[in-house]
Design a protein around this ligand. Structure first.
Ligand code: GCB
Length: 602
């Protein structure tokens, strides 16, 4: 009886610590931090032996205890310190050949020392971990985080020691039907601590978060809020933008929250002039600095207005895949290469598919003047009716917005990609849209929808009921690749039920760089080129089209693409190969964007 009670209690404690990561600390890139990047000790654990006992109950003495034998007779069947290492940040699949197809658990350990200063608090911050993470410090569980592409942090003030800390993370990338994304995706299920890990040290009461952007519809009024966290909440907070001669002081309420609101005479951010201001948020106990751009983004009928002027989004879709070396991208160099290719193509816009990319990518886009569509991996066949799936999608959406809401580059939050019509899906996505609008009323909301044929077999109709709730319609179409041959493209007419701008959020064809043939030879550069030529002609006739993001900038790894000698497990729809070689279709798109740039002025 006692044993049963004890194990129930243990189970309850292990399970109850679920999910309690603290709200994200804003601007992790701009704060003083200690990097924990580098080699971490790792244990590959396909059966989760380090987590469950032999009755498949959570074990009290899992690997997170990091126990060492105390005598020569002690039985301990693992040892982080003599185990293999993996680099963080980095996916595990591309670091060791035998992990390429691995989907399961790997335990990570980092030992560190840290002299905590008086009157400070310490957080451990993860840029992302794919997909499900259980985090422990010195044998104690800090919490769990679900979702592979958004940051999270835990407070460790009371657990951290001056010497010999053991930070252990169980990362599990097993796919699940009820997860977001679900079992089925056209991209590689990279696992691991794929982004940076760091310690953030802040004063006892600190600036937890802030939202500083132009108010919806205004080009000269900044609105938003600042939120403090700690014991001394009722502080004065000054928002200072010295270059614009702005210094405005507010008083936080008893909860540490201050609404901010003031006029500002600013040079607006745009692709022509990606102006960023040094913005300081000065509370009494902490001062934080950030680089923030200000611009307005609105829709009016089928127009998209940037700073009040109509704009055409000359875009391209991008996966978070590293050029040349492969695997998950995470560095400034990766971001620079991808975004410079987009610029060379003539882009002023990128669709970052199909999940939030790393923060460096967004900050580079901010600096380079490239507008961004950012999305969550609500992709294809999510379990719409499952409440936990909704909570998970909503958490990922909230974390995406929490991290990037001060980046001028981001103009669109997208809630879904190619999801099948139905009532439960509509309810699910409407709720996500409401949540996005409640967190950020300044940006546009979109989703990549599908089209269908009318009876005449040539009219492409966009009338997905979700369209009613979006600001901008996205549409993925693959006429000429999955649907007929390229000549079919010439016959199409486009219609929409909505008086709203359309972004053709995907179109394209696979081509292996260097493979040549005539325009009807699948996988040849000529087929892809011909499809792009015909598609561009078609696009020019769509009166409500205000943007394009062809699929895709660079070839990327996908488990759905086995064809030997051609695909070799890569989606070859890139305009550029994974080795950086430009295919013929790149230049078709480049020419179209040159034409478009002229009247619309970048
Ligand atoms: C799509 C998906 C994208 C795929 C692409 C393809 O519609 O949105 O994730 O990779 O098609 O290549 O089939």
């Amino acid at each position: 009886m006692k044993i049963i009670f004890a194990s129930v209690l243990l189970f309850a404690t292990v399970m109850c610590v679920k999910a309690q990561h603290t709200d994200l600390i804003a601007n992790s890139e701009g704060r003083k931090t200690v990097s924990l990047d580098g080699q971490w000790q790792t244990i590959v654990d396909p059966y989760e032996t380090g987590y469950y006992d032999y009755r498949y109950q959570p074990s009290a003495n899992g690997y997170f205890k990091d126990t060492k034998p105390k005598s020569k007779s002690d039985l301990i069947e693992y040892d982080f310190d003599t185990s293999e290492t993996l680099a963080v940040p980095g996916d595990w699949n591309t670091q060791k050949e035998r992990l390429l197809l691995y989907e399961g658990t790997i335990w990570y350990k980092k030992a560190f020392d840290h002299q905590k200063k008086p009157n400070t608090r310490i957080f451990v911050y993860f840029g992302a971990a794919s997909y499900l993470s259980d985090v422990y410090l010195n044998g104690q569980k800090l919490g769990r985080h679900e979702g592979g592409f958004t940051p999270f942090n835990f407070e460790i003030t009371n657990l951290v020691r001056d010497k010999g800390n053991s930070l252990i993370v169980k990362v599990d990338n097993k796919r699940r039907r009820d997860a977001v994304p679900t079992l089925n995706t056209d991209w590689w299920n990279y696992g691991g601590l794929t982004r940076e890990v760091k310690l953030i040290e802040v004063p006892d009461t600190f600036v937890q978060d802030y939202f500083i952007q132009l108010q919806k519809g205004s080009q000269n009024r900044i609105g938003g809020w600042v939120r403090l966290n700690g014991g001394k909440l009722n502080q004065k907070i000054t928002v200072r933008i010295s270059e614009a001669r702005i210094s405005q002081t507010f008083t936080a309420d008893a909860k540490g929250y201050a609404e901010i609101n003031f006029n500002a005479d600013l040079t607006l951010w745009s692709p022509d002039n990606p102006k960023l201001y040094d913005v300081r948020v000065e509370a009494e106990t902490e001062q934080v600095q950030d680089q923030i751009g200000f611009r307005s983004i609105e829709v009016k009928g089928p127009e998209i207005l940037l700073n009040g002027r109509p704009i055409f989004l000359r875009g391209v879709s991008i996966h978070e895949e590293a050029p040349f070396r492969g695997g998950r991208a995470h560095s400034k160099e990766d971001a620079g290469t991808l975004l410079n290719w987009a610029k060379e193509l003539g882009c002023n816009f990128v669709r970052l598919a199909h999940y939030p990319h790393n923060e460096t990518m967004i900050r580079e886009a901010d600096r380079m003047g490239i507008m961004v569509w950012s999305e969550i991996p609500v992709y294809w066949t999510i379990l719409w009716e499952n409440p936990a799936t909704f909570e998970n999608a909503q958490a990922q959406l909230s974390e995406m917005i929490a991290r990037d809401k001060n980046r001028a580059a981001i103009i669109i939050w997208s809630v879904a990609n190619e999801t099948p019509l139905g009532d439960t899906r509509l309810t699910f996505l409407k709720k996500l849209i409401e949540r996005a609008r409640s967190l950020d009323s300044t940006r546009l909301i979109s989703a990549a929808l599908e089209r269908h044929y009318l009876d005449d077999k040539k009219t492409q109709m966009i009338d997905d009921p979700l369209g009613e709730y979006l600001d901008v319609l996205g549409c993925n179409e693959y006429v000429g690749w999955y649907d007929g041959l390229p000549e079919k493209i010439d016959t199409l007419d486009w219609k929409t039920k909505y008086q709203k701008p359309l972004i053709m959020s995907e179109f394209g064809a696979d081509a292996l760089y260097g493979k040549h043939g005539d325009a009807l030879t699948r996988w040849s550069e000529e087929y892809q080129e011909d499809l792009y030529r015909r598609t561009v002609k078609m696009l020019k006739k769509i009166s409500f089209l205000r943007g394009t993001s062809p699929w895709i900038l660079m070839d990327f790894r996908s488990p759905r693409r086995p064809l030997p000698g051609i695909q070799d497990f890569r989606n070859r729809k890139g305009l550029i190969s994974d080795r950086g070689e430009k295919k013929k279709a790149f230049f078709v798109m480049q020419e179209y964007y040159r034409e478009l740039a002229a009247p619309f002025q970048k």
